[in-house]
Design a protein around this ligand. Structure first.
Ligand SMILES: [Zn+2]
Length: 83
């Protein structure tokens, strides 16, 4: 299990219910990208809720890219510290 799984699984439910901040959503996405365990949990829940179907219309806000850059940097530093 990767570090961060507990948080990710906990947040997946809130994510699907749109109850969390944009930053947390982005963190979860980052986690899902490299954790197949959480990804399948997410996909399962998403399918149940039909969330995937409702998405895709909105353009990403410009601050998305700054946030992503910061998160990628954070992930990189984590990797370098040997996790
Ligand atoms: Zn995980």
């Amino acid at each position: 299990m990767n570090s961060g799984c507990e948080n990710a699984i906990e947040y997946i439910y809130q994510y699907l219910d749109e109850e969390i901040s944009f930053l947390k959503k982005t963190r979860i996405r980052m986690h899902l990208r490299h954790c197949s365990q959480c990804m399948s949990a997410y996909q399962f829940e998403a399918k149940l809720k039909g969330v995937i179907h409702d998405r895709g219309a909105a353009d990403p806000p410009p601050e998305l890219f700054d946030t992503l850059r910061a998160l990628i940097q954070e992930e990189r530093e984590k990797d370098e510290s040997g996790i």
